[in-house]
Design a protein around this ligand. Structure first.
Ligand SMILES: [Zn+2]
Length: 106
């Protein structure tokens, strides 16, 4: 059994590239009405992330519960409260609250 040896740093780089490709594919699949595929891509991307510590692209959001990419106006709603951004997944109803970043004070 031969296993290719690559440095950890290289693995993260390759992982991140794949994760971002999968993120794009999943959004595309969603746009084509293929929720099943979209979920599959997010699942794959997450697995790569776990293995290589690659992070999801910063602007890519997905539901932590049903693993579907979240696209505002398509399958999620985004509501602003005074302190937080509340994203609701329209597929499973999962809420996600994100505090504002400091951008507000700029
Ligand atoms: Zn969901």
């Amino acid at each position: 059994m031969s296993k290719k040896r690559i440095s950890k740093k290289a693995a993260v780089g390759i992982g991140e590239e794949r994760v971002s490709i999968l993120a794009e594919l999943s959004i595309e699949a969603l746009a084509n009405g293929r929720e099943d595929l979209a979920v599959r891509y997010v699942t794959l991307a997450r697995n790569i992330g776990k293995k290589t510590k690659a992070k999801m692209p910063e602007d890519f959001k997905y539901c932590k519960k049903c693993l579907i990419p979240l696209v505002p106006g398509t399958n999620c709603t985004v509501r602003l409260t005074s302190e937080k951004v509340v994203t609701t997944c329209l597929r499973c109803g999962e809420l996600r609250r994100m505090p504002y970043r400091k951008e507000k004070e700029k």
